[in-house]
Design a protein around this ligand. Structure first.
Ligand code: 3PG
Length: 308
């Protein structure tokens, strides 16, 4: 079987070595397409692939149509909004993710970016501390839970809201459960987003919701840029000079946000999961899931179950 690793943003070399080892030990062949700049390169590379490992790489109907032998796509990571599940299912292609494997890396970056933000992007002026501040976590999945764990180490008060996680489960983790997302924004000094990009969440972080934040509020986004109503947030930040927005996902409206110098920070490439450890965890998990799929028909992490 030919296993293609197609990563516009490559894994660390040590992770690629691990993926190769796992793949070849199972008697399969590894093909690497890294740092591609043109979709045509991906369309060409998938034409004889039996399996595909990706990160945030877009696997749309065109890519799937160019891959007649494809049986499985594994998104080495959590969010699979970059894969067209309907098109994959129509072609009977199994789609999987590797939940939890890169969540600590993302969570560490959240706290790192927060220190950077409250210390005024290290400009030398007096900032504030995180201890005693209330952090609101929107969606209490693998990343949200890790953020809560690390934030407690900083001495922060932690609240969370998750539409799919009961309040009791949040409280059992030692975190205050907010009644809804409005309450989370109203009561917290900082809100960190960990929601997936779905039809319900897209553009849901808007003028009205963020406008509920207290004076000096900080919004952190290491989830997806699509969940932000960028025009609404920019309008709000123009009206409220106390608000900060920090993200590891460059907004489409980056140019507009740049006017908020000292209150806006974005990394050029999504980098929450860009650590050796996360690459090793997610990459090798993906390779192992592919081995198990071909050897035993295992589809434990399939996200398009029941779609074909
Ligand atoms: C994820 O969904 O797992 C994260 O957003 C990481 O994405 P990346 O693999 O593109 O860094």
């Amino acid at each position: 079987m030919k296993i293609l690793v197609a990563t516009e943003k490559p894994f660390a070399k040590v992770a690629v070595d691990g993926i190769r080892q796992e793949t070849e030990a199972a008697g399969n062949e590894l093909v690497l397409l890294e740092k591609y700049t043109d979709k045509a390169q991906l369309l060409d590379a998938v034409k004889d692939a039996d399996a595909l490992i990706i990160r945030s790489d877009k696997v749309d109907a065109e890519v799937l149509a160019a891959a007649p032998k494809l049986k499985i796509v594994v998104r080495a990571g959590a969010g699979f909004d970059n894969v067209d599940l309907n098109a994959a299912s129509a072609q009977k292609v199994v789609v999987e993710n590797t939940p939890g494997q890169n969540s600590n890396a993302v969570a560490e970056l959240v706290l790192g970016m927060l220190v950077y933000a409250v210390r005024n992007f290290y400009n030398g002026k007096a900032g504030t501390e995180l201890m005693g501040k209330r952090l609101g976590i929107l969606a209490f999945g693998n990343v949200g839970r890790n953020v809560a764990r690390i934030a407690k180490g900083f001495g922060m008060e932690v609240s969370a809201y998750d539409a799919f996680c009961p309040a009791e489960a949040i409280e059992a983790a030692g975190v205050k459960a907010a009644k809804n997302q409005e309450e989370l924004f109203e009561t917290c000094d900082i809100v960190s987003l960990h929601i997936p990009a779905t039809p319900e969440t897209k553009q849901s972080i808007n003028y009205e919701l963020v406008g509920k934040m207290k004076k000096g509020g900080i919004l952190v986004n290491t989830a997806r840029k699509e969940v932000i109503d960028e025009a609404g947030l920019a309008k709000l930040m123009a009206e409220r000079e106390d608000l900060k927005y920090i993200t590891d996902i460059m907004p489409d409206a980056d140019e507009t946000f740049r006017q908020f110098e000292g209150r806006y920070f974005a990394t050029p490439k999504k980098m929450g999961a860009q650590t050796q450890e996360a690459n090793i965890n997610a990459g090798i998990a993906a390779a192992r899931q592919i081995t198990a799929f071909f050897k035993e028909g295992c589809t434990k992490f399939q996200v398009n179950k029941g779609m074909f």
